[in-house]
Design a protein around this ligand. Structure first.
Ligand code: GUN
Length: 292
């Protein structure tokens, strides 16, 4: 069994990006610039956005963090996005999700210029993804594809079972794994909360991508010997013995599943780090597209 270590894979990608940024700067050009908008103070979102900003700094990107109160009016948020769209020194824009209930996520996603949509959530970019055109691939599925590439995990002809159908992970993941590409070419089954016989379906999987957000949902009796297991879960579970008062749990019961697999991602230290690598790659791509 090999551990698909996100630290190793993301570090390799970040080193490559760092060198590319250095060569841009050596040519006297400005660095790529990512703008992140964070609405309110959801603890998990704070952590993710802080990590995105820190990683930008590490590889030499510029970054701006725009913080808005949780009761900010939708029009104010849309106005912020409009300004970033029109700022030619901003290459990538992301609005951390989820947003407070009074704000339409769809309206916000559609307000971002697709050329700066480094999350790949805009319908224009999702359409391109579905058609196999070049676009910004949503960061988590992109990170998983980069992870498969880094560890040279074969996918052609395999049966992949994706648990979860969110626009952020499950749906784009199923498209990528089924596409006619080097790391695609799987037969993909998408399962969700209304799937009967989930256990039996998972048992047929050569590759399982667990992205449903339920801690330790995937148990050993759902996993075929030798399967590859990708755990996208990052739920905070209260734990008084932990320093922060919580622990991060994946969607896979790692302790009982790992020994059955041929390869598995740990949580933390797996997919989460790859998500950032995907976002950084998209931001450099946006910079290159907009400065071509
Ligand atoms: N919330 C959870 N994952 C993501 C992501 O990849 N991008 C944004 N913007 N919000 C998220």
């Amino acid at each position: 069994m090999i551990i698909l270590d996100g630290k190793i894979a993301s570090q390799a990608i970040k080193e490559g990006l760092k060198n590319q940024v250095q060569s841009i700067i050596n040519q006297g050009k400005r660095a790529p610039h990512l703008a992140a908008i964070l609405v309110g103070n959801n603890g998990a979102s704070e952590t993710y956005v802080a990590s995105k900003v820190k990683n930008c700094e590490e590889i030499g990107f510029e970054s701006s963090l725009i913080r808005l109160e949780s009761d900010v009016e939708e029009t104010k948020l849309l106005e912020e996005i409009h300004q970033l769209n029109n700022d030619e020194k901003i290459d990538g824009i992301l609005v951390q999700l989820p947003l407070p209930k009074h704000i339409s996520e769809q309206k916000v996603i559609e307000a971002i210029n697709p050329k700066k949509d480094v999350d790949g959530f805009h319908p224009v970019n999702v359409g391109k993804l579905v058609q196999g055109l070049e676009t910004f691939i949503p960061a988590t599925p992109y990170g998983i594809m980069l992870m498969l590439e880094h560890f040279d995990i074969p996918t052609k002809g395999k049966h992949a079972v994706v648990i979860g159908r969110s626009n952020i992970v499950g749906r784009p993941m199923s498209i990528l794994l089924s596409s006619n590409t080097k790391r695609g070419n799987c037969t993909v089954t998408v399962c969700h909360s209304h799937t009967p016989n989930l256990n039996e379906i998972c048992l047929q999987a050569d590759i399982i991508v667990a992205a449903l957000g339920k801690p330790e949902f995937v148990k050993a009796d759902m996993v075929k010997n030798g399967a590859v297991v990708i755990d996208v879960g990052i739920t905070r579970v209260e734990d008084a013995t932990a320093k922060k008062g919580f622990r991060i749990k994946g969607d896979v019961a790692y302790a009982e599943v790992a020994s059955k697999t041929s390869a598995i991602t740990p949580v933390p230290g797996g997919v989460g780090l790859m998500t950032i690598a995907g976002l950084l790659k998209n931001t450099l791509q946006a910079y290159q597209n907009n400065n071509a």
